[in-house]
Design a binder for this molecule. Structure first.
Ligand code: FAD
Ligand code: NAG
Length: 622
């Protein structure tokens, strides 16, 4: 009975996952319309590892807020260096896709987004980190990388990025292919990037070759009559030369100047360059924001009461154990300690059913004795083994219920992670309500901090959370109740900071929690909190008996809630009944109620007959 019911739940979860959890088409952060190559576990090696190109790849996660904010920049960056194709290509990998787990683990991606530059034929190497920055800074970072590659003997078929050091014009033509009609030399300061940018921007035009020379090459400057920098000189095969006039000293202006010259002399390949434009980007941004405003207006009039769903809590539990933790190659030192604390806290306070408790206990026993290191892959395998051993099922695909966003890249995992940690702080207090003095006030929060620091893939989330903990955790938390309130306050600070951000789901605007609607006593009309009431509200909201079991109907979950709500009863039963146990009880409860009603009806009806005859009898007697 129990396993059948659990299997049903698992199938429904899987089915929903297929329908609702996979990001495709318009909802994905990147689509085939962008100038990025969408890479995954199957095409990464054949495309990137054995490529004669260099690559720069963004490893991201579709749920990570920073990644969403960063994706327009990355698209613009890809469009900006699209003409460099053949030398360097731009790609993306979604590490939130479970299929890509082995790939993201192999490349040791622990934070999102991570940008890596790969040499041509890099196979096996982890690549070099590119700093996330403005488009210009990232382009300069890539240029520095390419130049170094070339200096170290890789990328010899690429256009020469090194400055021309000779003063003999004949050498210029030595390695020029027969199609080249003009060599264009850009004279500039040694630290200027424009020369290298133009070399790559125009490298596909067959009739020309672009080189750069620096102010150090005075002899060449004199030879070509260069009086000031920067300057563009054009050298023909017969070594005659002339200089082009520049309007201003930008990459764009250099490019335009060269292109209009080439047009004037009839070099047909110029169209290759002219096709490189990325004007669509701004328009797209404007459209998104007006769309969002309309949506927010609708959402504002349609406030729903928040709920906690078991499906979401279990989703966070599953994703952390099956995805985030296994992504790490080696887990050692502080990360290992953080993992052990996290598993301990889950075992103690996560509302699991009987099989779940067995699983959590086995996992804790396994993790706790490791004192050196655990391989991410070993952890992943061990979780699988223990799930089978304990007959516990975790959803494989993500399927959010309360945390489901209006688009797949909204809400989801981070939403469920917050809720899980609120549930853990609240339940640590409720479970220990009779021996609170034995409960360490920071037990759950320190486990959370450890998890977020070492395993939560969202880089800026971890940074913000660590900062907030460093600022206030030890000042504010002295009792177990303080830990509940601290997490509430911290979460509200995040809500405030992220209000109006592009990661905000327009259908679920960020508000201070709980709303006055949900808890009128928690705050006054000016928004001043009554923390005592907030605490009471949180203890009710995140208590185990308030959790909605996902696939049950409203009526069922109400009955479950009522059934479990008796505190004494709950303590006596422990935390050990499963969904199946509960539904069994509900069935028994309903059927015994039905039997009682039937008996009652029968009794009343037969009584009425008796009464009637009795009355007649009496009358007869009177
Ligand atoms: C530790 C952590 C740090 C994060 N830091 C960042 C960051 O720096 N930058 C960033 O872009 N994103 C960050 N995120 C993600 C971000 O906070 C949201 O989780 C994400 O934007 C999804 O938002 P949401 O609308 O689903 O609601 P969430 O904010 O995720 O909230 C989930 C649910 O929790 C309940 N809730 C809301 N507020 C409270 C509260 N104060 N107390 C108790 N319950 C509450 C509500 O029912 C709500 O629906 C972080 C997430 C976590 C877990
Ligand atoms: C990887 O991407 C290619 C090309 O888009 C696709 O055909 C393939 O099915 C993808 N593989 C996986 C495992 O998603």
């Amino acid at each position: 009975m129990e396993t059948v019911a659990l299997q049903c739940v698992a199938y429904v979860v899987l089915f929903h996952g297929v329908l609702g959890g996979v990001i495709t088409g318009d909802d994905a952060l990147y689509t085939s319309d962008d100038k990025v190559t969408i890479l995954n576990v199957t095409n990464f090696k054949p495309t990137v590892s054995i490529s004669s190109n260099a690559w720069v790849v963004e490893f991201y996660s579709s749920w990570c807020g920073f990644c969403k904010r960063f994706s327009p920049t990355w698209k613009d960056f890809a469009a900006d260096i699209n003409a460099w194709e053949g030398v360097i290509s731009v790609g993306v990998v979604d590490c939130a896709d479970d299929n890509n787990n082995p790939l993201c683990r192999e490349y040791e991606i622990m934070r999102y987004p991570t940008l890596r530059m790969f040499s041509a034929f890099h196979s096996g190497k982890l690549g070099i980190e590119l700093q996330k920055d403005s488009i210009d800074e990232m382009r300069h970072g890539v240029l520095g990388f390419l130049e170094k590659e070339q200096m170290e003997g890789r990328g010899s078929p690429w256009p020469n990025l090194n400055p021309y050091r000779s003063s003999d014009l004949k050498n210029l033509w030595k390695d020029a292919s027969p199609e080249v009609v003009y060599v264009i030399i850009i004279f500039e300061e040694p630290e200027s990037y424009i020369g290298r940018e133009i070399i790559l921007d125009l490298h596909k035009i067959k009739g020309i070759q672009v080189r750069r020379a620096t102010t150090h090459n005075e002899a060449l400057s004199r030879l070509l009559g260069v009086a000031f920098y920067p300057c563009l000189s054009v050298v023909k095969r017969d070594l005659n030369s002339f200089n082009l006039k520049l309007v201003d000293n930008t990459r764009k202006s250099f490019r335009e100047q060269i292109v209009s010259f080439l047009e004037s002399v009839g070099i047909a390949d110029v169209n290759v360059v002219k096709s490189v434009s990325h004007t669509g980007v701004l328009i797209e941004k404007v459209e998104i924001s007006s769309d969002r405003m309309a949506d927010s207006a609708v959402a504002g009039t349609n406030l729903q009461q928040p709920k906690v769903y078991y499906q979401d809590l279990l989703g966070a539990f599953a994703y952390s154990l099956q995805h985030e933790i296994p992504l790490h190659h080696h887990i050692t030192g502080q990360a290992l300690g953080a993992l052990q604390n996290y598993v301990k806290v889950l075992r103690k306070y996560f509302p699991l059913d009987h099989a779940g408790n067995i699983f959590a206990e086995k996992l804790q026993d396994w993790v706790i004795v490791k004192n050196d290191n655990i391989q991410g892959k070993t952890f992943e395998d061990q979780v699988k083994i223990l799930l089978v051993e304990s007959k516990f099922k975790l959803p494989v695909l993500q399927n959010w219920k309360g945390c489901r966003g209006s688009k797949p890249h909204f809400r989801g995992y981070p939403c469920s992670l917050w809720q899980m940690f609120h549930t853990l702080t609240v339940n640590s207090v409720l479970i220990n309500s009779h021996n609170l003095h034995e409960l360490k006030p920071l037990e759950v929060l320190e486990a959370m901090l450890g998890y977020v620091t070492h395993f939560f893939g969202c880089e800026d989330c971890a940074a913000h959370f660590k900062q907030m903990a460093a600022d206030t955790l030890h000042l504010d938390v002295h009792t177990p109740d303080d830990s509940i309130l601290w997490l509430w306050r911290t979460h509200n600070k995040a809500n405030k900071r992220l209000k109006g951000d592009i990661t905000e789901d327009p259908k679920h605007p960020k508000t201070q929690f709980p709303s006055r609607n949900a808890c009128p006593a928690c705050s006054d009309s000016k928004g001043v909190w009554n923390e005592e009431e907030v605490l009471r509200y949180l203890k009710r909201f995140y208590a185990r008996n308030n959790i909605n079991y996902s696939e049950t109907t409203k009526e069922d979950s109400k009955e479950i809630t009522e059934f479990v709500s008796d505190d004494v009863e709950r303590r006596k039963l422990g935390w050990d009944f499963s969904i199946a146990d509960i539904s069994l009880c509900v069935v028994l409860y309903i059927s015994s109620a039905a039997i009682l009603i039937l008996v009652y009806i029968k009794f009343v009806l037969s009584n009425r007959y008796k009464k009637k005859s009795y009355v007649f009898d009496l009358l007869g007697k009177v």
